[in-house]
Ligand binder design. Structure first.
Ligand code: NI
Length: 285
C-alpha cells in the first residue's frame, strides 16, 4: 500500500465560467432542502477532473488524508469494491482548489447558505459507482456523520463527472426533510466497520415523496446537511464518478448533545483500520 503523497496533474485548463444562481433556486433550496443548478465547470475542465479522479482511485492510497476505502463494505474488505470513496482529494491534489468547479461551487453554496463572510469551511470527497456493480447508498442525513454538541450550517455540492441518471445512481431526495431532526442512524447493515450510514430500520421512514434528480456531467445538486438523500445502484455499462464538496459555517457549540453512538463506533473502527493499513505499509516489499 502506498503512503499518502501529493499528485500534480498540472494546472486545470483556463476558463472563466461563472455559475448563476437565481432567487427562485435560493427559495427552492430553503423550501425543499435541495436544488439542482446548471454547469459549474466546462467540458475541458471535466476532462481534467476525470483524469485526477481516475488517478486517485487507481492508486488506492490508504490512510486518512486522501484515504481510499469502500463506503459500503467493512474497511479492508477483499475483492471488488462496490462504492469506493476518496476523502479529502484536494489535500492530495491541491490544484483541485484552483478549478472553476471549486470556485463556482463555493459561490453557489454561499448564495444558498446566505453566508456573507470568508470563513466558510470546505472539505471534499470523491465517490465512484463502478459499472454494473456500483452499490446503492441508503437513505441518510449527512449531519448524522458528525459529532453532536455543535449546531451546523452546512451544504453539500454534488457534481457528477459523468451524466448521472436514475439507472446509474443519481441522487434522490426527500423534499422538506431538512426541517426535521437528525434521525437515528446505524452503519450500513448494522456493522460499525462499514463507513457508510443508513437511517436505522427502527425509524418508520416514509419515502413516498422522494424525488430523483438526474443531472448532466458538470452540473450539480446542492443539499442541506439534514436533507434525507440516497442513491440507487449503477446498473449501466458506464462508470458514475462524482465529486462532492462540502461547505459549512464554523460549527457553533450547543447544549444539544443528543447521543449519536454510531459516530463513536465508526470512528473507533476507522482508527483501527488506519493502524492496520500502516502496519501493512511497513511490511510491503
Ligand atoms: Ni450523503
Amino acid at each position: 500500500m502506498t503512503e499518502s503523497t501529493t499528485f500534480d496533474p498540472g494546472p486545470p485548463p483556463p476558463g472563466d465560467l461563472r455559475a448563476e444562481v437565481t432567487a427562485e433556486q435560493v427559495a427552492a433550496f430553503h423550501d425543499q432542502g435541495f436544488v439542482a443548478v446548471g454547469a459549474l465547470t466546462t467540458a475541458e475542465e471535466l476532462e481534467w477532473l476525470r483524469e485526477v479522479f481516475d488517478h486517485l482511485f487507481a492508486e488506492r492510497v490508504g490512510g486518512f488524508v486522501g484515504g481510499y476505502f469502500d463506503l459500503s463494505r467493512p474497511y479492508d474488505s477483499d475483492g471488488e469494491d462496490r462504492l469506493p470513496q476518496v476523502l479529502y482529494p484536494s489535500s492530495r491534489v491541491p490544484r483541485l482548489r484552483d478549478t472553476l468547479l471549486f470556485r463556482n461551487a463555493r459561490a453557489v453554496a454561499r448564495a444558498l447558505l446566505g453566508a456573507g463572510d470568508d470563513d466558510v469551511q470546505v472539505w471534499d470527497h470523491m465517490i465512484h459507482k463502478p459499472a454494473h456493480h456500483g452499490e446503492a447508498l441508503p437513505w441518510h442525513q449527512d449531519e448524522a456523520y458528525w459529532d453532536t454538541g455543535f449546531a451546523y450550517r452546512a451544504i453539500g455540492c454534488w457534481t457528477p463527472l459523468d451524466d448521472a441518471t436514475v439507472d446509474n445512481g443519481c441522487l434522490h431526495f426527500l423534499p422538506g426533510s431538512h426541517r426535521g431532526a437528525v434521525l437515528d442512524h446505524r452503519h450500513i447493515g448494522g456493522d460499525p466497520a462499514v463507513h457508510g450510514l443508513e437511517v436505522d430500520p427502527t425509524v418508520a421512514l416514509d419515502t413516498a415523496a422522494e424525488v430523483a434528480v438526474p443531472v448532466p456531467a458538470g452540473s450539480a445538486t446542492f443539499h442541506h446537511c439534514r436533507t434525507l438523500h440516497s442513491s440507487g445502484p449503477n446498473r449501466t455499462d458506464g462508470v458514475r464518478r462524482a465529486y462532492a464538496i462540502e461547505f459549512q459555517d464554523p460549527p457553533r457549540p450547543t447544549d444539544d448533545d443528543s447521543p449519536r453512538p454510531w459516530v463513536a463506533e465508526g470512528q473507533q473502527e476507522w482508527a483501527k483500520s488506519i493502524v492496520r493499513r500502516r502496519s501493512d505499509t511497513s511490511t510491503d516489499r
